[in-house]
Design a protein around this ligand. Structure first.
Ligand code: ADE
Length: 323
């Protein structure tokens, strides 16, 4: 429940994602004036950027409840039917990993989203009948790391489709300072900046690193968190100055050492490293792409010259042209 204390509860407390906040603010105000529920909203982007938090904020701003679930938990029609029937008027229903909805539950959502209607089949075989039950109006907030994996009928039923982007250093700094304040942790601006710098553009990582550093500071009785202490602590946790962790570095190292930097297919990288292909694609690659350490090409992934250099290798001549 400490996580809950760290989440901003209002849009005005939420740091970063400026464009997205503006869009949501207008949608909230308009819905309030018209006394309607918010349009269904699809949030996509890499993990840890605030999709769940924003969903809770929307409910708070609208003065309604928020029911949270994740697509793999909605295996049977009755799972989604139960959730939908339990909603109060105006509630937000948050479905995480919505690209993983089973087909049977996804089809129930179509009519629920569009007409606030629950179509259920009663009985089996020749005696089967369908009935349509009215639902309270609600707002579906879907979250996904892979917007391309959604079927178009589902995607088309969202009135708002918004991307979350990685956070800038100054935004992460504000988040680290805010969290340190809530945790009553003495920290210098430079100490907080060092954590922000190593957070891979991701608030969830920033808060996680801050807690690890807090452990370190407490156990070693170091008092205030300075830049040097943050750097020292994070080295121990194998987070390098750019925020790459052991797995990030291993992915790049395998590409460089075993495949001369690529191009190499995702499945091949997965097999060579023992990591799950989908996790590599959705969790690790987005940031490596963002900082220009990795390129995706039709023939596979390439570790760029910048990645070779960061890891202490000399890029081959053929790679220099990519710079
Ligand atoms: N904690 C985690 N993400 C945050 C954000 N975007 N703004 C404020 N606090 C946060």
């Amino acid at each position: 429940q400490q996580e809950e204390r760290l989440r901003p509860r209002r849009l005005s407390e939420y740091i970063g994602q400026k464009d997205l906040k503006e869009v949501l603010d207008i949608a909230i105000q308009a819905a309030k004036v018209r006394q309607e529920t918010l349009d269904h909203l699809l949030l996509y982007g890499p993990p840890g950027l605030g999709k769940t938090t924003l969903s809770l904020i929307l409910a708070e701003e609208m003065g309604v409840g928020c029911k949270m679930t994740t697509a793999p938990a909605l295996e049977r029609p009755r799972d989604i039917a139960g959730l939908l029937m339990g909603l109060q008027p105006g509630d937000v229903l948050f479905i995480d990993e919505i690209h993983r909805l089973p087909k049977v539950t996804e089809e129930i959502l179509y009519a629920a989203m569009e007409d606030f209607r629950l179509d259920v089949t009663l009985g089996k075989g020749s005696s089967a009948r369908t009935r349509s039950l009215p639902l309270k109006h609600f707002t579906l907030v879907g979250a996904t790391t892979r917007v391309g994996a959604l079927t178009s009928p589902l995607r088309d039923r969202f009135g708002l489709i918004q991307r979350l982007r990685f956070y800038e250093l100054d935004e992460l700094l504000q988040i680290v300072l805010r969290t340190a304040g809530i945790l009553k942790m003495p920290v210098t601006d430079e100490g907080a900046t060092e954590i922000a710098r190593r957070s891979r553009g991701t608030p969830r990582i920033a808060n996680r690193l801050l807690k690890r550093v807090r452990d370190y500071v407490q156990v070693k009785e170091l008092g205030e968190l300075t830049e040097a202490i943050a750097a020292e602590a994070l080295e121990r946790y194998n987070i390098d100055p750019l925020g790459l962790d052991w797995t990030d570095r291993r992915l790049l190292t395998v590409m460089i050492e075993n495949f001369n930097g690529g191009p190499v297919g995702l499945e091949t990288i997965a097999a060579a490293t023992g990591e799950d292909a989908q996790t590599i694609e959705e969790v690790y690659e987005p940031y490596l792409l963002q900082i220009g350490y990795l390129n995706r090409t039709p023939r596979g992934r390439i570790a760029t010259a910048a990645a070779w250099k960061h890891l202490g290798y000399t890029p081959p001549d053929s790679q220099l042209s990519i710079l």
